[in-house]
Structures are given as C-alpha cells and as structure tokens.
Design a protein around this ligand. Structure first.
Ligand SMILES: CC(C)(COP(=O)(O)OP(=O)(O)OC[C@H]1O[C@@H](n2cnc3c(N)ncnc32)[C@H](O)[C@@H]1OP(=O)(O)O)[C@@H](O)C(=O)NCCC(=O)NCCS
Length: 153
C-alpha cells in the first residue's frame, strides 16, 4: 500500500515556495493536461488577496492550490488550480489541500466557496463535502461542473 504523505499545507512563504507552487501548476495544467499553452498564470496571481498554497511531499513541494475572494467583502471565495504531481497522487496530498483551502477561506470570513471542477473529479469533491452548484459549463476550454461548499458549518 502506498505511504500516506501527510498534511503539511501552508501559504507559500518564500520566493522559492511560490516558484514551487507555480512549477507544480505548470507541470500539471500546461505539460500534462495541456489546458493552458505556455503558462496557467493569470491576473488572479497578481492580486494581493490571492493565497498560493503549497503542500509538501517529504522535503519537496508536491501539490498546490490557490484561493481568492470573489467579492469586496470576502464572503464568496473561489478555489482553483488544485494540482498534485503525478508521482505523489493517491497518497493523501490533494484532500488536505482542498480542506486547507476551505478552512482558510472560512477563517478569512468567507461564507461560501465555489470551484469549477473537472468532470472526473466531481466524485472526489463530493467525498470532501462539496455539492453541485449549477449546470456544467466550459471553463478554461473544458467542461467543468460548478461546485460549492458552505463555509459556515
Ligand atoms: C485531483 C487530484 C488533486 C487529487 O489529488 P490526490 O493527492 O491524488 O488525492 P488524494 O490522495 O488526497 O485522494 C484522496 C482520495 O480520493 C480518491 N480520489 C482521487 N482522485 C479521485 C477522483 N477523481 N474521483 C474520486 N475519487 C478520487 C483517492 O483514491 C483517495 O481515496 P482513498 O482515501 O479512499 O484512498 C490529483 O489527482 C491531480 O492533481 N489531478 C490532476 C489535476 C486535476 O485534475 N486537478 C483538479 C482540477 S478540478
């Protein structure tokens, strides 16, 4: 049975950690899934309210997620760019990243968190307490299921 990697998730605190966060995203969304040509970075990454999270697999960053408020009051948050390097998958890195993003949005006063979920991952997010929130739509060029989680519970 593969070893569980653990739950060391936190916002990127150094330039190296931020670079590692971006490197995980590029490896997964540009090189592997080819959703974005060249770079998956966008204006959200330059917004000072955006939180770039890293998760460690041993001594190296193996997973990433980002989150940001969608409104000025910070009541509605979005999470995206959830990615775990292929060699570290199914070892308990992704679920702690999702839970960390949810916890962090709640701690910042969020009432609800939303995400656009690739169809193959809908069951994964349901397993983590999320629910479908609308019809499937095209996001980043692919069909995604809007999903949400109540942060007040
Ligand atoms: C989706 C992703 C982040 C999951 O990360 P991970 O570290 O492999 O997931 P975990 O190890 O935390 O998985 C926890 C559990 O969910 C299960 N699971 C993983 N992916 C799943 C899926 N797509 N659907 C249902 N269950 C899933 C695992 O088997 C595991 O089950 P277990 O606890 O009973 O063993 C990872 O597969 C990934 O980076 N995929 C490519 C990028 C991507 O799809 N990002 C999300 C865009 S919406």
């Amino acid at each position: 049975m593969p070893q569980t990697l653990g739950t060391d998730c936190h916002p990127a605190a150094t330039a190296d950690e931020l670079a590692a966060h971006y490197a995980v995203r590029r490896r997964v969304f540009v090189d592997e899934q080819r959703i974005f040509p060249g770079s998956d970075r966008d204006a959200r990454d330059d917004d000072p309210r955006t939180i770039h999270v890293v998760a460690y697999a041993g001594h190296a960053v193996g997973g990433a997620v980002r989150l940001y408020p969608l409104d000025g009051a910070g009541r509605r948050w979005q999470g995206d760019r959830l990615a775990v390097l292929p060699q570290h998958r199914a070892r308990g890195l992704g679920a702690p990243l999702v839970r960390y993003a949810v916890k962090t949005a709640a701690e910042h006063g969020g009432l609800v968190m939303v995400a656009h979920i690739q169809l193959r991952n809908v069951g994964y997010f349901q397993h983590l307490g999320w629910h479908r929130d609308g019809e499937v739509e095209i996001y980043a060029g692919l069909p995604h299921q809007p999903m949400a989680i109540d942060l007040r519970t």
